[in-house]
Design a protein around this ligand. Structure first.
Ligand SMILES: [Zn+2]
Ligand SMILES: [Zn+2]
Length: 154
């Protein structure tokens, strides 16, 4: 049996983290790595001690933002980057795994943080039938390598 690649391992971890999200509308997970080691993780949700959307609004969920996701939540990428920076990890040159292609706001943060590579599992644009992912376009334009994760069959 062949060994699983780090891409495989971290993307599956991101997917498991996504399932921890309390958000009713969208569940996204992210893993931030440097030199194949994990420096941070995150999933989407409101700041700690504020809201648990699934408990407060089990049926209709929290209010939506323009992208159709939770208006109260920090995105998975934001949470991962914030935790790393709060703890003084060097984000420069790191790789981000995320279960959903980054939105434009996260893309700006990813670029500014010095993340060099992004792998995502699902495309928001594909899901919505949009011509392209604006976050992905933005990152590529400024030299960040962004790829869609290809599920490994072995
Ligand atoms: Zn929510
Ligand atoms: Zn975002």
């Amino acid at each position: 049996m062949s060994k699983k690649s780090f891409d495989h391992i971290y993307m599956h971890l991101a997917a498991d983290l996504a399932a921890r999200s309390h958000c009713v509308r969208a569940q996204v997970g992210a893993v931030l790595t440097k030199d194949t080691r994990i420096i941070s993780i995150g999933y989407n949700g409101p700041p700690p001690g504020t809201h648990n959307c699934d408990e407060e609004w089990p049926e209709k969920g929290c209010d939506r933002d323009s992208r159709g996701s939770c208006s109260l939540a920090l995105h998975a990428e934001e949470n991962a980057i914030l935790y790393a920076s709060k703890n003084g990890s060097k984000i420069e040159g790191s790789t981000l795994y995320t279960t959903l292609s980054p939105c434009i706001a996260c893309a700006r943060l990813i670029l500014s943080s010095g993340i060099k590579k992004v792998l995502y599992m699902d495309s928001y644009a594909e899901y919505k039938g949009l011509p392209s992912d604006e976050g992905v376009d933005f990152l590529r334009r400024f030299g960040v390598e962004v790829n869609k994760y290809q599920i490994e069959v072995n």
